[in-house]
Ligand binder design. Structure first.
Ligand SMILES: Nc1ncnc2c1ncn2[C@@H]1O[C@H](COP(=O)(O)OP(=O)(O)O)[C@@H](O)[C@H]1O
Ligand SMILES: [Mg+2]
Length: 372
């Protein structure tokens, strides 16, 4: 059987660059090498696209970059399909049709989190380059990344969410008394402040009272020009994984028990003390409702391939959707893979399924295009 050529993209120009490297290393360690031929392309924090031919274990730590640069220097001619900054559609097309067919690509797995990767930008490049790719299309990626747009879509789909106020970066100075009043009236204290487009809890604050609001808004404004102030929701943090294209399925659900006051960056990646409980200790009707909302959210946004949908579940059993992640963390200890493992799909098989779904989506899109 001819091997399928998979290009794994990792890194990226986002505050989640490091997380992406760890996710990608794990994908590369677990992908079925009998079925797939792997090509690795890392995107540096400055936006260079570097092909990497070294040891997979150097990706997570970031050491890959030095090796890739050396490989670039060693290779006198650059006309080999190697991508150079800034990435362009032309680069991607040549990356597909390069003279040296061995470095061609059948499918791309963009293991990229956050802006410039999970937000439709890279998906747009891949779409124009006419290459099948794992995960959501441009629109679902962009809308899923933007917490305001996704809220509007989920609201329309009848899924309960936290109340919020939107603030633009340029509105912060000068309107603090007004904003404090609005929060007191509409949301109450504490509240949560978050950039509309970010991830990994970067720029997210729990604001205990009016005196902390401005600093939290200014912090969030470092990451995005649009900021959301949200009502505080007390409850368990519950996550559900979704897999599929037109007929997506939901996994069993899991609970995150953060080791800090909330699930901030440290609790996620640094302290290593947060816990996951799979399956979550919830009544079956609550689990079914979470699964139903997850599939509904996935379909409402027009997702394909994968997504992880995150909720809060209160003690009274009230379910509130928090957010969707169209390219969730993908390490072997990440919730997405663990939820599928617990639902009967081991990690290597999950990767194979995602690649199969990428081809299925590509074929469906091509067919509908030809029909027109
Ligand atoms: N409205 C809220 N009520 C309670 N906790 C929240 C709320 N919003 C966010 N959090 C906490 O902050 C964390 C990060 O916020 P989230 O919206 O998931 O952003 P990110 O996309 O960065 O993960 C959540 O996992 C949760 O612990
Ligand atoms: Mg989150």
């Amino acid at each position: 059987m001819k091997k399928i050529k998979v290009t794994v993209l990792f890194g990226g120009q986002s505050s989640e660059h490091e997380v992406s490297r760890i996710s990608a290393q794990c994908v590369l360690e677990n992908i079925d090498k009998e079925r797939f031929d792997i090509r690795m392309v890392g995107i540096t924090k400055t936006g260079e696209w570097l092909e990497y031919k070294g040891d997979i274990s150097l990706i997570g730590s970031g050491e890959w970059e030095k090796v890739a640069r050396q490989q670039l220097i060693d290779k006198a001619g650059l006309g080999s399909g190697l991508l150079n900054a800034p990435p362009s559609c032309v680069d991607l097309v040549s990356f597909k049709d390069a003279e040296d067919r061995n470095i061609g690509v059948d499918v791309v797995f963009p293991v990229l989190h956050g802006p410039n990767g999970e937000d439709g930008s890279v998906q747009g490049l891949l779409q124009l380059a006419d290459v099948p790719y794992v995960g959501c299309n441009i629109l679902a990626s962009a809308a899923g990344m933007d917490k305001e747009f996704s809220k509007l879509v989920f609201q329309n789909a009848g899924i309960p969410q936290a109340s919020y106020i939107k603030v633009m970066r340029n509105e912060i100075k000068g309107s603090m008394p007004f904003l404090i009043n609005r929060v007191s009236e509409k949301l109450g204290w504490p509240c949560f402040v978050k950039p509309a487009n970010a991830g990994s809890s970067v720029g997210v604050s729990k604001v205990k009272g009016p005196q902390e609001l401005e600093a939290a808004l200014l912090l969030a404004a470092k990451y995005d020009g649009k900021i959301l102030i949200e009502e505080f929701v007390r409850g368990k943090e519950i996550e559900c994984a979704v897999l599929g294209n037109e007929n997506p399925i939901a996994s069993t659900v899991g609970e995150i028990v953060p080791c800090n006051d909330f699930y901030d960056y440290n609790a996620k990646y640094i302290d290593g003390k947060s816990e996951t409980i799979i399956p979550a200790d919830l009544p079956s009707h609550t689990v079914e409702q979470v699964q139903d909302y997850s599939v509904r959210a996935f379909k409402a946004l027009g997702c394909s391939g994968l997504s992880r949908v995150d909720f809060f579940v209160s003690e009274e059993g009230k379910i509130i959707l928090n957010e969707i992640n169209t390219m969730p963390g993908f390490t072997s200890i990440s919730m997405y893979s663990k939820l599928w493992e617990a639902s009967g799909i081991p990690y290597p098989e999950l990767i194979t399924r995602l690649i199969d779904l990428a081809f299925e989506k590509y074929e469906q899109n091509t067919r509908s295009y030809e029909r027109d």
